[in-house]
Design a protein around this ligand. Structure first.
Ligand code: HEC
Length: 161
C-alpha cells in the first residue's frame, strides 16, 4: 500500500488556479512584468497591506525585492476565507516563514474600506506609503524609492482632492 499523498494546502489550489499564471509556479514572477513572491517584503510584512492588495488589486510603481514594477494586478475577487487561505499559503511557502492570516483578519479591512469613500487604490497606496515610511524609520532605504514615494504621494493627493 502506498501512503496517502500529503493533503494539499487549501491555499495551494487557489495559488495554482489564479496566482500562478502571473507570479509563476516557482513564485519568481517574470522580470519587469510580474513581481516575485519569493523574497517579497510585501508578502512577509504588514498583513493589512497584503490583504488589501488582493481585495483591491494593485496598479502603478511598486518596489519588490529591490526591483521596481509598474504594471497592474486586478482585484482577486476571492472570498475572505479564500484570501486568508492563499495568503497563509504564500506566507509559509516560497521561502517565507510568516504567520497565518485568518478570514476574520480579511473581514475587517474589507468592511472598513467599503465604508470609506475613497477608492481601494488610494487605500492601498496609502498603506504602501505608510509602510514605506515605517521602513524608512527602520533604516530600510534604497535609491529608487525616493521617486516612488513622490509618485505615491501625488496619487493620494489627487485621489483625495
Ligand atoms: C493578471 C496577473 C496577476 C494575477 C492573476 C495575480 N497577480 Fe499579484 N501582481 C501582479 C502584478 C502585475 C503585480 C504588481 C502590480 C503593480 O505593478 O502595481 C502584482 C503584485 C502582487 C503582490 C505585491 C508584490 C509582490 O510581488 O509581492 C503580491 C503579494 C501579489 N501580487 C500576490 C498575488 C496573489 C496571492 C495572487 C493570487 C490570488 C495574485 N497576486 C494574482 C499580477 C498578478
Amino acid at each position: 500500500m502506498t501512503a496517502p499523498a500529503a493533503a494539499e494546502h487549501p491555499g495551494e489550489r487557489i495559488y495554482k488556479h489564479l496566482c500562478l499564471n502571473c507570479h509563476q509556479p516557482t513564485g519568481n514572477g517574470l522580470p519587469g512584468i510580474y513581481p516575485p513572491i519569493v523574497g517579497s517584503e510585501w508578502v512577509a510584512r504588514d498583513k493589512s497591506v497584503l490583504i488589501r492588495m488582493l481585495l483591491h488589486g494593485l496598479r502603478g510603481p511598486v518596489t519588490v525585492a529591490g526591483k521596481t514594477f509598474n504594471n497592474l494586478m486586478p482585484p482577486s475577487g476571492l472570498s475572505d476565507r479564500q484570501i486568508a487561505d492563499v495568503l497563509t499559503y504564500v506566507r509559509s511557502h516560497f521561502g517565507h516563514q510568516s504567520s497565518a492570516i485568518t478570514a476574520e483578519e480579511v473581514q475587517l479591512p474589507r468592511k472598513t474600506d467599503r465604508e470609506r469613500k475613497d477608492s481601494g487604490r488610494s487605500l492601498v497606496l496609502e498603506h504602501i506609503f505608510r509602510n514605506r515610511v515605517r521602513q524608512r524609520l527602520g533604516g530600510f532605504h534604497h535609491a529608487e524609492q525616493g521617486q516612488d514615494d513622490q509618485e505615491v504621494r501625488e496619487v493620494i493627493r489627487r485621489e483625495q482632492a
